[in-house]
Write a protein that binds this ligand. Sequence first.
Ligand code: NAD
Length: 268
Amino acid sequence: METPQHPDPGPSPLTVPPPANPLLAGRTALVTGAASGIGRACAQALAAAGAHVHVVDRAAEAAKSLADEIGGTAWVVDLSDPDAVDTLPDGADIVVNNAGLQHVAPVHEFPPERFALIQRVMVETPFRILRRTLPGMYERGWGRVVNISSVHGLRASPYKSAYVTAKHALEGLSKVVALEAAGHGVTSNCVCPGYVRTPLVENQIADQARTHGISEEEVVGRVMLERSAIKQLIEPDDVAEAVLWLCGPRTGHITGTSLAMDGGWTAN
Ligand code: NAD
């Protein structure tokens, strides 16, 4: 008697195998500030596309747990320490300069040491990482630098002198790298989000609600997104998707640009 044939049910929706030839197979990515928010979403997206990801952050537990989750390597480093930055791996094909912090105060009350710290983490550290990783990219003839700037790399807001200064500087660094790297198959671009739903912003919402005595919804709609045409926070995964696209094979001619993801803020 013939054995009954059962149609192959195919993979269950929970066990869909990864694509046979993922976009970034064989590539290595280094993402700073990867333990939280936008950096975390970028690390997850790059790993899902096949890259081995160096998860760099000072938040040890979160960095290690993410590295385990995505099969990457955790580097627990304080990015305000130049000596520590110079111990990071220098062989990445993709660098996402993402780590950042905010401090809000008028210029005449802004603590100078806080200003200097923000420039170190958000400008000097990207520079140090790039001066170590670019030679390898040049040698291999391929590389992608994505700098997570901000709408504040393109526009100013009061009380954010250190952050706005740092993001404008990062925009400049990104463009210089684009020019120097152009003959080597290496691109350098900024992604410039408006407000993204991350711990950095959630803390600001809570602070401002307390300071102004208004609800958190009012802070988002009337204060933070006042200059944005779209009155919604951006999701970290949406930023990561743009970063992944810039790291893909069809974007070799996009360099020295700043991709605004700001709900129309800079259209004003
Ligand atoms: P986040 O606070 O969620 O994450 C920042 C990460 O950077 C954290 O894991 C933190 O530990 C790490 N980090 C900060 N200082 C560090 C240091 N000295 N050493 C090592 N790690 C350090 O922030 P986020 O909102 O995901 O922001 C990420 C980047 O995106 C920042 O550069 C920020 O300026 C930029 N950005 C954020 C928004 C937003 O609305 N959230 C908008 C535009 C741009």
